[in-house]
Ligand binder design. Structure first.
Ligand code: ADP
Ligand code: MG
Length: 727
């Protein structure tokens, strides 16, 4: 049987030897990237300077310059072994998309020349009708454009030059994650600079930083291939919990198994070659679960790097006979995978706006940005939840074994105490906190704040961790761009409102710092409801959050309604991040994708139940019946009854599950038929959530029971203990 064959193979596999690149990491770092160093080498000086200005200040790039850049880029790429190029973009389906073209053109004399023009670098037109667009593009005008994003450098993967691009429709609507992200980075820059100037007139630019932490599972390739549910849906749709799971907590930070170490080493080498500054790697909580994190970078680049990582991971893994699972919940009963987004804002004068400073002024600035972020998260908590919600992440948030799908902010004891002091108006006195530091929030004397960032709460979806916020609800398979776009837009809007209020007070004659402090104090009180430092997993919190008016909706299709809330529309169109049309298109895509994911799961589990599980359960049942029949033939009725008692009971149990399974599979087909006839993506998604998804869970429940009863020798699919503990 396939199961035993692949289990044997998995057991006998050895770590694959990895040869490190020649030289130190600093020497081969970014070797495959057309970064500023390479540009200096391959481009004429004037061209180089114009491109750098475009990269740093987003000035438009003149056509002739693009021509020169393309030439230099092609020359470098061909030296790197590239024969093809592709515009690399981020469609709404998630992941990245590419279409490869060779660097060749007719030479006009019946031959070919290597060619790559500035026009092809800057913009490409393509048939993009098969990418989700939520109705923004009908098939007769199925053209999409991809356009170069010079703020993220091109790179060579294998024999292909990859050029990071945005992806827009013929009508100019954004069809990707990058476009709104870039817009949001620009507006938060503008809004934050304005507020920074209260404190320092020299600030000209505020940059958004992102440090992602990518969690993932590894499964032996053979075992994976023997699980059609993993292959087709990315998660196990069935499987009884292993007798040993993560109870002993012996995997977290435990020593990394050698096969995995080899994979991680090679992945790190690859990342460094592509200029992805990965730094930490370790085991995660669940067996066979791991994490990789880089040093944080400018957010657009960091996000491109995360997407590139997600496409490098499977390639490297296959050389080690592993499959990477990026699904948020591949296994029931053990932890799911997230992608914590460490987010902060920093000025061109070198100040991290979420880091307490040395002077009273710095600290007022720190508190200002902290509170405005809280306000933004408070006002848009439903939207923030919507943007990280999906059919897959739903298993990690708001489901049985998961924290509730409620966004709240953890600040930690020290900041909470400072806020309480400010609120109670006693801010002029000195506050002593844990004997660590003495400070006062009084104006104008605010001495140094020392924030103890060891104060952690692992259950909070949005936590302040000393010098940044950590948005932890983002799913492991997600494009961080969605979450970042909402966060930046919401904070930008909030900062604009803040500035209006402060300016109004200044016009009334308030001194600047007094005006800021007054608004900050008002905000601290106003957004108190978003602050929660307790146990986010508890039932009490669910009840309390509801009372506080936080969004507590659990159904993903209904959570998506937040994307069309008035507050969202005015945020996105008001700030120029997404037009009404773009927004509507996105929601349609979200509902449609949700439906499709559940639909596929329903089909897969139906097939597996019918073709893999039921025949085996029946076969085992028949064996038992055969034995019972024979017992009755040999022994007296009285004795036979005694001898066959437990087998009869088992037959009855198995039979019970078999008939339940038949019933639920029929209902599942029926529920799908009904749902499929529904017109309108929202209503269809709601039906899939309310009627189809619960039946998938029911089918699973019976299969998982059968797994415990049926002879292990007959069970066709690798079990949890094999998937999770062989490596
Ligand atoms: P932990 O697991 O304790 O949260 P990690 O080291 O795994 O810590 O991840 C922390 C991530 O946060 C890293 O990517 C790191 O570069 C990033 N980070 C640190 N400081 C900042 C900051 N000011 N802004 C954004 N990201 C940051
Ligand atoms: Mg973290």
């Amino acid at each position: 049987m396939l199961r035993f064959k692949v289990v044997e193979e998995a057991i006998s596999r050895k770590a694959v030897k990895v040869t490190p690149p020649i030289g130190r990491p600093s020497e081969y770092y970014a070797a495959r990237v057309f970064n500023q160093d390479r540009m200096r080498k391959y481009l004429p000086k004037a061209v180089y300077e114009t491109v750098v200005d475009t990269m740093n200040n987003h000035t438009p790039l003149p056509r002739q310059v693009a021509e020169a850049v393309a030439g230099g880029m092609r020359e470098w790429a061909m030296e790197m072994g590239a024969t093809h190029y592709t515009h690399w973009f981020q469609p709404l389906t998630g992941g990245t998309a590419e279409k490869h073209d060779a660097f060749v053109e007719h030479d006009g004399h019946g031959g070919l020349i290597e060619e790559f023009s500035g026009k092809l670098l800057i913009q490409q037109e393509g048939d993009a009708s098969s990418f989700p667009n939520g109705g923004t593009r009908s098939t007769f005008e199925a053209r999409g454009y991809s356009a170069w994003d010079p703020s993220s450098p091109a790179f060579v993967v294998g024999s292909t030059l990859c050029i990071p691009t945005v992806f827009i429709s013929y009508t100019g609507d954004a069809l990707d994650f990058k476009t709104p992200l870039l817009r949001s980075l620009e507006i938060v820059n503008k809004a934050a600079v304005e507020v920074c100037r209260y404190f320092d007139k020299d600030v000209k630019k505020v940059t958004t930083f992102l440090g992602w932490e990518q969690e993932y599972f590894l499964v032996d390739e053979g075992l994976w291939a023997a699980r059609p549910d993993l292959v087709l849906t990315g998660r196990t749709l069935m499987g009884h919990e292993s007798a040993k799971n993560q109870q002993l907590e012996d995997h977290y930070f435990g020593s990394i198994p050698s096969r995995v170490t080899a994979f991680m080493e090679e992945l790190e080498y690859e990342c460094w070659k592509f200029g992805i500054p990965v730094k930490t790697r370790h085991n995660e909580v669940a067996p066979n679960q791991f994490e990789l994190a880089p040093v944080y970078e400018e957010a657009n680049l960091a996000n491109d790097h995360n997407l590139l990582l997600m496409s490098l991971m499977p390639r490297v893994a296959s050389r080690h006979f592993f499959k990477v699972l990026l699904h948020e919940k591949p296994f029931k009963g053990v932890n799911g995978s997230g992608k914590h987004n460490n987010w902060s804002l920093g000025t061109d004068t070198g100040v991290n706006l979420f880091s307490p400073g040395k002077s009273p002024k710095d600290n007022l600035q720190f508190i200002t940005f902290l509170v405005n972020t809280l306000m933004a998260v408070y006002k848009h908590n439903g939207l923030l939840k919507a943007v990280i919600s999906s059919a897959t992440n739903a298993h990690r948030l708001g489901a049985n074994e998961a924290p509730p799908a409620i966004i709240s902010v953890f600040l930690g004891r020290q900041i909470t105490e400072i806020f309480n002091k400010i609120e109670s108006g006693a801010a002029d006195e000195n506050i002593e906190l844990g004997g660590k530091a003495e400070f006062s929030m009084g104006i104008p004397h605010i001495p140094e704040l020392l924030i103890d960032n060891t104060d952690r709460n692992r259950t909070s979806p949005f936590a302040f961790t000393g010098n940044r916020f950590e948005f932890r609800a983002v799913g492991s398979s997600d494009n961080c761009g969605g979450a970042l776009t909402v966060l930046n837009a919401a904070v930008a809007q909030q900062l604009q409102e803040f500035k209006k209020e402060v300016d109004a007070l200044i016009n009334q004659g308030y001194e600047c710092e007094k005006a800021i402090f007054t608004v900050v104090r008002k905000q601290i009180i106003e957004c108190k409801n978003i602050r929660f430092d307790g146990n986010g997993y508890s039932d009490e919190w669910k009840a309390e959050a509801r009372e506080r008016g936080l969004d507590c909706e659990n159904s993903v299709p209904l959570i998506f309604d937040n994307l069309l809330a008035d507050s969202t529309i005015s945020l996105f169109s008001g700030m120029g991040v997404l037009t009404d049309r773009e927004l509507h298109a996105r929601v349609e895509v979200a509902w449609e994708t949700y439906t499709k994911k559940i639909q596929i799961e329903a089909r897969v589990i139906g097939d597996l139940a019918m073709n893999h599980i039921l025949p085996v359960a029946s076969r085992y049942e028949a064996q038992l019946l055969d034995k019972i029949y024979k017992i009755n033939g040999i022994f007296s009725a009285e004795k036979a009854e005694l001898l066959a008692k437990s087998d009869i009971a088992l037959v009855e149990k198995i039979n019970g599950h078999i008939s339940c399974l038949h019933g639920y599979i029929e209902q599942l087909v029926e529920a799908r038929k009904v749902a499929n006839k529904i017109v309108g993506e929202r209503a269809k998604a709601v039906a899939y959530h309310d009627t189809v998804a619960p039946l998938i869970a029911e089918v699973r429940r019976h299969i998982d029971r059968l797994e415990l009863m049926v002879d292990n020798e007959m069970w066709p699919l690798p079990k949890y203990r094999e998937l999770l503990f062989h490596r």
